[in-house]
Design a protein around this ligand. Sequence first.
Ligand code: DGL
Length: 274
Amino acid sequence: MDNRPIGFLDSGVGGLTVARELMRQLPHEEIIYIGDSARAPYGPRPAEQIREYTWELVNFLLTKDVKMIVVACNTATAVAWEEIKDSLSIPVLGVILPGSSAAIKSTTKGHIGIIGTPMTIASNIYEQKIKALAPQMEVLSLSCPKFAPLVESNEMNSSVAKKVVYESLAPLVGKVDTLVLGCTHYPLLRPIIQNVMGPQVKLIDSGAECIRDVSVLLNYFQLNRSREVSTVKHRFYTTANPGSFKAIADQWFDQKIEVEHVDLSQLDNQIEME
Ligand code: DGL
């Protein structure tokens, strides 16, 4: 048993889609979440900057004594997951491997689409991981730089969002049977994405898939939180204005949460070796 919380990080509100899955699949576990909305989106930034920012968020979570870290951001996973995982003594999970395996399981014709931020798509990491497991798969990747900013500004239900998603996904329509939502912000646009791609296309939520792995690791390392601890108090932090983060989170979780502001000057990007 280990009653410490599980740390989640993202460039902003996208990781909330992963956190909601944790609440659903593992309701006894407690979450410490940090979203770097002040510097989102990460996707168009250079790899070295994304790596530095990601370490700052990891170090923040380590000060909160977490028992495991979920890198609930595909962009940060693509750039820094291996390095973070190799440096820390606690388990660190990313969202890309679970999404890749789920896509292989789901596809019927072997035609898999990947959508993600400019960095995730440029890294080609999904295609590499999918082909390493199943070389016969055909993978079509598409960068969608406008999606995460739409979500960060809480415009995911607007007519602008519908137009942007419709225009951006046009190159993939009719070409894939499975589409990986390779950015944790995208499940917040899921109804529009499904509508554009058509009901026959299976959408893979890489974050939700990752929580299955969290559960396996908690069992394997005997890190589950005791069911005798009756209170579960999640804590959410953002580097931006807590108001807009809270508006999106309350809607997504369908319950009121408390959000605290963390100033960027409080973050430290030293690489932590445990
Ligand atoms: N949520 C992030 C991801 O999964 C990144 C969005 C962004 O900041 O560009 O890739």
